[in-house]
Design a binder for this molecule. Sequence first.
Ligand code: ATP
Length: 199
Amino acid sequence: MSRLGILGGTFDPVHLGHLVLAEAAREQLRLDKVLFIPTGHSWRKPEREITPGEHRLEMVRLAIADNPAFEASSAEIDRPGPTYSDVTLEELHDAHPDAKLYFILGRDALLDLPNWRAPERIVELSTLAVAERAWSEADPNGDAAVAALRTPIERITMPEIGVSATDLRERVCNGLSIRYLVPEAVRTYISDRGLYREG
Ligand code: ATP
């Protein structure tokens, strides 16, 4: 049975935190592959304009090009309407009936999961695999909501990478360097396309 990791995200832009998370998950859970799936129309982050999907997908492709175990999927970007992870997992389950699916999340995303559509279905279709994030705060309500899902959680340990996409967008907007915080090909892409210059 193959073991498939799924890392969904806005990836606006993809950064070292995502890559270290995916590599730690691959190694510790002995995954055959990690699929990076940039979200289409995110209904969880409606408050800000998200960069068009083709740019976010291309940056992911550039970032993972040198890792044979990583793959980018356009499934959510290609699907019209809002992105729902239960639909994505359903599709992956049908496409890979013999695979064990691991849904990889940072702790901030885990605490938000009970607010997503059909979290019970998500944990039926996949095993949650969660990494701490440096600044994610203790949240007893969030923990209780996650516990109510009654699902085992695989812990991923990784070095703390104190980078967020929000922080990177702000840096570019303020003319600050993002060198070494994203792969060089991603930095060049952002600079050549003039992404994130306006906040
Ligand atoms: P934003 O700042 O725009 O909210 P983000 O940096 O949190 O973005 P997302 O694309 O929303 O990135 O994150 C996708 C997944 O990667 C989430 O599960 C999130 O918890 C995880 N993640 C993001 N950054 C890190 C990091 N530095 N360390 C560990 N996990 C991370």
